[in-house]
Ligand binder design. Structure first.
Ligand code: NDP
Length: 447
C-alpha cells in the first residue's frame, strides 16, 4: 500500500509515461519505501520534490543510421536519458540490446540516480542505449554503428555534463569506437567523457571487475551480519557477461563454489565448480556461448537449453543478467531449496513478487541499487584519475572499491535500523539514496 500522499504522484507517473512498465515498476519500488520518510520529515513531501525526482531532466531520442556489410542502410534508435544532475554530471551506462525502449532507459536512469547517490560520490544519474543488436554483427558493423551513435550523442555529453559507460552489449570494444569518434569530432583528448575505457587510453584498473567484485563484497557484508561467509557455499549466478564473470571470480577467491551460470540460450550446471578460466576464454575472447563451454569441457557439465537456472539448488544466488529475470516462482523455488542470500548484480533482476518472497522468508537480500553500485563507483574513481592525469595500482583501486562497498552496506543497514526495519536492505537503500539526492535537489531551488 502506497502512502496516501504518494498515491497521486504515482498515478501521475503512470499517466504521463504510458506503456513504460519497467519505469513504473522502478518508481513504485522506491515510492513504496518513502512513506516512512515523509511521515518523519514532511518537508520532503513539499515543493513537488518527489515529482521532480520522477521526471527526467532531459530525454534525448535520436536516429542512428549506418551501413551494414551488404551495403544496406540500417536504422536504429538511440536514447540518452539525463535523469538527475543535482549531485554531479549525469553518469550511467549505455545498453545495446534489441529489447531497449525509452521506458527501459528511463527505469535504468531512475535507478542509477539513487544508486549513484548511495555511493557518496559526486555523480548524478543518467542512462542511454539503443535497440541495436550487436549479436552476429561483424567488427566493422559494430564500429560503424558506434561511430554513428556517437556522432549524435557527442553533442550531449562531456566530462562536466554527462559521462556514459558500458552496460549490456557495450564493453571496452564498443567504448573504444565511441571514444575514438568523440575525440575525432571534438578534437579533444577528453578522457573523462566516458568510463570503462582501456587501460592505455585512460581507463582505470579494476573497472572491468568492479561491478561483480563489488556485488560479492556487498553480499559478504550481509553474510557477516549473520556470522556466515562465502566459504564452502554453493553459488548460482545468472548471465555470463561482464558482471557475472567477475562475480564468479570473486566468489571463487572467497572459497565459494560456482555451480551454475547462464546466457539467453540456456544454463550450465557443473557440480564440481565451473572452470572460470575456460569460461572467460569462451565468453570474453571467443565471444561464444555457455553451450560452447559445455562442449569444450566435456563430461561433468550439463547444458540445459532454456529452463530456469534458479531451479539449481544454491545457498547464494546472484542474478547478473537482466531485469525481471527472477520471478516469484523462481524465488519460492530458491527459498524451498534453502537459499540464504541473494545479491542483485543486474539492475532490477528480481520481480516485485520475488523480492517480497525473499523478504518474507528472511533471506538476506541485496538490491541492485546497492549491491551493483561498485561499477559506477569505480567509474567515478576513473573520472578522478582522468581529472588528475593519474593512474592508480590495482591494489589501491580495489581497496577503494572495497571501502566504498562496505560504506554502502553500512549506510543501508543503519538506515533500515533507523526506520525500524532491521535487515531490510531494500528500504535502507531506497531511503538512504533518496535522502542524499533530495537534500541536493532542495538546496538547488526550483530548477
Ligand atoms: P553483458 O552484456 O556483459 O552480459 C549480459 C549477460 O546477460 C549475457 O550473458 C547475456 O546473455 C545475458 N542477458 C542479457 N539480456 C538477457 C535477456 N533479455 N535474457 C536472458 N539473458 C540475457 O552485460 P553486463 O554484465 O554488463 O550487465 C548485466 C546486468 O548488470 C545488467 O542488468 C546491467 O544493467 C547490470 N549492471 C552492469 C554494470 C556494469 O558495470 N557492466 C554496472 C551495474 C549494473 P546473451 O549473451 O545470450 O545475451
Amino acid at each position: 500500500m502506497l502512502d496516501e500522499k504518494l498515491e497521486p504522484i504515482y498515478a501521475d507517473v503512470l499517466r504521463r509515461n504510458p506503456g513504460e512498465d519497467e519505469f513504473h515498476q522502478a518508481v513504485r519500488e522506491v515510492l513504496d519505501s518513502l512513506g516512512a520518510v515523509i511521515a518523519k520529515h514532511p518537508i520532503y513531501a513539499e515543493g513537488a520534490l518527489i515529482e521532480r525526482l520522477c521526471e527526467p531532466e532531459r530525454q534525448i531520442i535520436f536516429r542512428v543510421p549506418w551501413v551494414d556489410d551488404q551495403n544496406r542502410v540500417q536504422i536504429n534508435r538511440g536514447f540518452r536519458v539525463q535523469f538527475n544532475s543535482a549531485l554531479g554530471p549525469y553518469k550511467g551506462g549505455i545498453r545495446f540490446h534489441p529489447s531497449v525502449l525509452l521506458g527501459t532507459i528511463k527505469f535504468l536512469g531512475f535507478e542509477q540516480t539513487f544508486k549513484n547517490a548511495l555511493t557518496g560520490m559526486p555523480i548524478g544519474g543518467g542512462k542511454g542505449g539503443s535497440d541495436f543488436d550487436p549479436k552476429g554483427r561483424s567488427e566493422n558493423e559494430i564500429m560503424r554503428f558506434c561511430q554513428s551513435f556517437m556522432t549524435e550523442l557527442g553533442r550531449h555529453i562531456g566530462e562536466h555534463t554527462d559521462v556514459p559507460a558500458g552496460d549490456i552489449g557495450v564493453g571496452q570494444r564498443e567504448l573504444g569506437y565511441m571514444f575514438g569518434q568523440y575525440k575525432r569530432i571534438t578534437n579533444r583528448y577528453e578522457s573523462g567523457v566516458l568510463t570503462g575505457k582501456g587501460l592505455n587510453w585512460g581507463g582505470s584498473r579494476v573497472r572491468t571487475e568492479a561491478t561483480g567484485y563489488g556485488a560479492v563484497y556487498f553480499v559478504d557484508c550481509m553474510l557477516r551480519t549473520r556470522g556466515q561467509s562465502f566459504d564452502g557455499k554453493r553459488v548460482v549466478v545468472s548471465g555470463a557477461g561482464n558482471v557475472a564473470i567477475y562475480t564468479m571470480q570473486k566468489v571463487a577467491s572467497l572459497g565459494g563454489r560456482i555451480i551454475a551460470c547462464s546466457d539467453s540460450e540456456g544454463y550450465i550446471v557443473e557440480e564440481n565448480g565451473i572452470d572460470l578460466e575456460l569460461l572467460k576464454e569462451v565468453k570474453e575472447r571467443r565471444r561464444g556461448r555457455v553451450s560452447d563451454y559445455a562442449k569444450l569441457r566435456g563430461s561433468g557439465v550439463i547444458f540445459k537449453p532454456n529452463g530456469r537456472v534458479w531451479d539449481v539448488p544454491a545457498d547464494i544466488a546472484m542474478p547478473s543478467a537482466t531485469q525481471n529475470e527472477l520471478t516469484g516462482q523462481d524465488a519460492r523455488t530458491l527459498v524451498k531449496n534453502g537459499v540464504i542470500a541473494v545479491g542483485e548484480g543486474a539492475n532490477m533482476p528480481c520481480t516485485p513478487e520475488a523480492v517480497r518472497a525473499f523478504l518474507d522468508a528472511k533471506v538476506l537480500f541485496g538490491p541492485g541499487k546497492a549491491a551493483n553500485a561498485g561499477g559506477v563507483a569505480t567509474s567515478a574513481l576513473e573520472m578522478q584519475q582522468n581529472a588528475s592525469r593519474d593512474s592508480w595500482s590495482f591494489e589501491t583501486t580495489e581497496k577503494r572499491l572495497s571501502e566504498i562497498m562496505h560504506g554502502i552496506h553500512d549506510r543501508c543497514a543503519q538506515t533500515a535500523d533507523e526506520y525500524g526495519a532491521p535487515g531490510n536492505y531494500v528500504l535502507g537503500a531506497n531511503i538512504a539514496g533518496f535522502m542524499r539526492v533530495a537534500e541536493a535537489v532542495r538546496a538547488l531551488g526550483v530548477i
